[in-house]
Design a protein around this ligand. Sequence first.
Ligand SMILES: NC(=O)C1=CN([C@@H]2O[C@H](COP(=O)(O)OP(=O)(O)OC[C@H]3O[C@@H](n4cnc5c(N)ncnc54)[C@H](O)[C@@H]3O)[C@@H](O)[C@H]2O)C=CC1
Ligand SMILES: O=C(CO)COP(=O)(O)O
Length: 334
Amino acid sequence: MTEYQNFGVIGAGAWGTALAQSLATGGRDVTLWAFEKECVDSINDENVNKLYLPDARLSPKIKATQDLKSLTDCDALLSVVPAQHTRRTLDELKGIDALSGKPVVLCSKGIEISTREFMSDVLRETLPNVVPAVLSGPSFAIDVAKGLPTAVTLACEDKKIGEALIESVAAPTFRPYLSTDVLGAEIGGAVKNVLAIACGMVLGMELGRSAHAAIIARGFAEMRRLGVALGCEPETLTGLCGLGDLVLTCSSEQSRNMSCGLALGRGESLDDILGARNSVTEGVASAPALKEMATKLNVDMPISAVVADILSGDMDIQNALITLLSRVHKTEVL
Ligand SMILES: NC(=O)C1=CN([C@@H]2O[C@H](COP(=O)(O)OP(=O)(O)OC[C@H]3O[C@@H](n4cnc5c(N)ncnc54)[C@H](O)[C@@H]3O)[C@@H](O)[C@H]2O)C=CC1
Ligand SMILES: O=C(CO)COP(=O)(O)O
């Protein structure tokens, strides 16, 4: 089986940097594209990403660059820029023959707000000649960068390429599981971010752990219903990229989405919360896109819709619970 030796990682935020570090630990050569020159300089000169992952020491094997096109010589690419910047970034690689037939592994978790599309749709429209794959699962960047044990789903419709990718991205403490359900892997990652905001709100408002567990379980039902409506394999969502990531993100203040909800629940304003961060909170952009998607597909997603309404200012956070509790009683369906 051909393994991929040279990886190009597009995006030097916390996650792109952590994945670059894991690849380097696994013996791969890595070129890491950063949007900011400051990132390139600190990675190349000091083996640290001062802007986005200051607490991790990086392998000197990672070479950072601001020249995106130089990554097209690599054997395989990882796309790790936030969802709302993905199209514009990938557009810069449009029409480059060297990429034809190479795998591009999507590692961002979000929905493009302007089109309500998942990242694989964006990839197919921008780089139609590459092979799409998705890497998703319960994995905080700092855990992976520090070599703590992590397991993820890696989905690729082409099983042979998927198997080669699994062998190539695996590292002693980084364990990918193979799937062919690209869409399912994407749905899990995008939806759990919105649900993590809801879980944070519940804890921020001190509504208790029982309510928190109810949001996780009923949120999972929303995720699964959306998956069925969009045609993914529902079992995918019971795996690492669905339930696994939902549990991690909804339970930890380390999550940007969960901690955003927590601060909202404690009464802080969304502008203040986001203004104090230099990192992305994907669920904030995905929530309205998810609400529109659910409405269009006639899928019942009340928790996600309430999150979107609170974020847009259309619903007061205090009224959210009343809205959810006053729905008609029904059979517990997944
Ligand atoms: N941080 C984590 O633990 C994990 C993050 N992810 C996903 O990875 C994706 C990236 O997140 P992080 O690496 O955490 O980002 P981050 O929050 O650490 O950094 C922000 C990123 O946005 C980039 N950026 C800002 N403006 C840009 C522009 N105009 N064009 C292109 N890039 C721009 C920055 O260069 C940087 O890479 C997200 O979709 C996130 O959900 C997935 C798993 C774990
Ligand atoms: O996706 C993640 C963990 O799997 C990271 O979650 P946050 O983006 O909420 O920090």
